[in-house]
Design a protein around this ligand. Structure first.
Ligand code: AMP
Ligand code: MG
Length: 401
């Protein structure tokens, strides 16, 4: 039996770092920056006004109230700003370039707002309400380090220093294939013994959630020839990972196991619950050798296995500095029993205000309704068989908090 850590290492090793691609900012959100970004310009690029008001020489308003002639109007974006002569004022807007000769801005609220002449009611020191060139960022400085996860603010600063594209790690492309002769699509009524196929849509969404790209193949029955044929047709050099679900347990008709045993996939039992039966390896499919991860079919096992093994491997391949879900500790609201030697990932709902977590549903791996209401996974370590109410456990946060 493999430990959770051992199988995580095996799956992570299947995916090397992806290539670096230059993406437009609109497509860069959530990606990891592959190279540092240096500012091509100072920020601000020129001395400019922090207020709507009047550009003046501080010395000219020392004896305020004073009245000065207004000799120019400087809206934001004006490029031919005249010099400010002593004893005059320029009307100026926020973000507009400071005229040479001026050393302060008086905000409009301290004036009568005039356009021919302006009366300034209070004196202001030199430097007031001026945003100096390079105050925020100096040209040539690193504004984003390699390995930064690109969110709104990071994309904002890249745009501000004049970048339209950024070098990021290409998202891996994952083929998702469900197996099971009992599965049908949503367009047909269920016959006795049939269920609606759910892992395909769920796992493809999970792959996209992780920032990778997914293609959901139409599910196949428990037939080795059909299973092989679909993959041989669909896998090409653009596929980074094939992720199957179902057909890996101890029963008869285990299509994935039958197709891949002896062809590069190791089928193992991992000391966890749900998600004991796992497989991983590299298989010759079509014309290429392709990494394969075979997840168990029970929907909860499938998604938990994805969380534990595949998601961190995908994030790592995309250069993420923190490929794991955020982990917090919380006090369990109820006593829990757990099998010895297995790490349990139970579905929970966290109360972040009082630091408690409650189990939702049961530990059984078919309880998709409860999974859909959970916002975290409660981790019961391998060696624990009983946990008392009030004890602290690690909790993986599934949603962004
Ligand atoms: P298996 O791993 O193929 O033995 O499947 C275990 C359980 O998960 C069975 O109850 C299956 O019907 C169910 N199952 C397998 N694949 C899917 C799927 N794609 N969608 C929904 N349920 C599934
Ligand atoms: Mg099956």
């Amino acid at each position: 039996m493999r430990t959770v850590e051992e199988h995580r290492t095996v799956v992570a090793a299947l995916l090397g770092p992806t290539a670096i691609v230059e993406l437009p900012l609109a497509e860069a959100r959530g990606k990891v920056l592959a190279e540092a970004v240096r500012a091509g310009v100072d920020l601000p690029p020129f001395d400019n006004s922090a207020m709507d008001g009047y550009a003046v020489r501080a010395a000219d308003i020392e004896g305020a109230p004073v009245t000065l002639p207004v000799t120019a109007d400087i809206p934001a974006g004006r490029t031919d700003v005249p010099v400010l002569e002593p004893g005059t004022a320029h009307r100026i807007m926020t973000g507009a370039p400071m005229p040479a000769g001026a050393d302060a801005v008086v905000q409009v609220e301290l004036t009568d707002g005039g356009t021919e002449t302006v009366t300034v009611s209070e004196a202001r020191a030199a430097g007031t309400h001026i945003r100096p060139r390079g105050e925020d960022v100096v040209a040539g400085a690193v504004v984003l380090e390699a390995g930064t996860v690109l969110g709104a603010a990071q994309i904002g600063v890249a745009a501000a220093v004049g970048r339209g594209t950024l070098p990021v790690f290409r998202p891996p492309h994952v083929l998702v294939l469900s197996t099971g002769s009992e599965l049908v699509g949503p367009d047909r009524p269920l016959q006795p013994g049939q269920i609606y196929e759910s892992n395909g849509a769920m796992l493809a969404a999970a792959v996209r959630d992780a920032g990778a790209t997914a293609e959901q193949l139409s599910f196949v029955p428990d037939d080795v020839e059909q299973f092989r044929a679909v993959l041989a047709e669909k896998v090409d050099a653009g596929v980074d990972l094939v992720m199957t679900s179902g057909g890996v347990s101890a029963g008869a008709y285990e299509v994935v196991k039958d197709a891949f045993t002896g062809h590069g996939v190791d089928f193992v039992r991992v000391g966890m619950q749900p998600g004991g039966p796992q497989g991983a390896g590299v298989v010759r499919l079509g014309e290429v050798d392709c990494p394969v991860v075979t997840l168990p079919g029970n929907p909860v096992s499938s998604l938990v296995s994805f969380e534990v093994f595949v998601r961190p491997a995908l994030l790592r391949a995309m250069g993420h500095p923190y490929p794991d879900r955020p982990v917090v500790t919380a006090r369990t609201r109820e006593a829990l029993r757990s099998p010895e030697g297995k790490r349990q990932f139970r579905r929970g709902v966290l109360d972040a205000r009082d630091g408690t977590v409650g189990e939702i549903g049961t530990p059984a791996s078919h309880m998709l309704g409860a999974l859909a209401r959970a916002d975290c996974l409660i981790v019961v370590p391998e060696e624990r068989t009983e946990v008392a109410a009030g004890e602290e456990l690690d909790v993986w946060l599934l949603e962004a908090f």
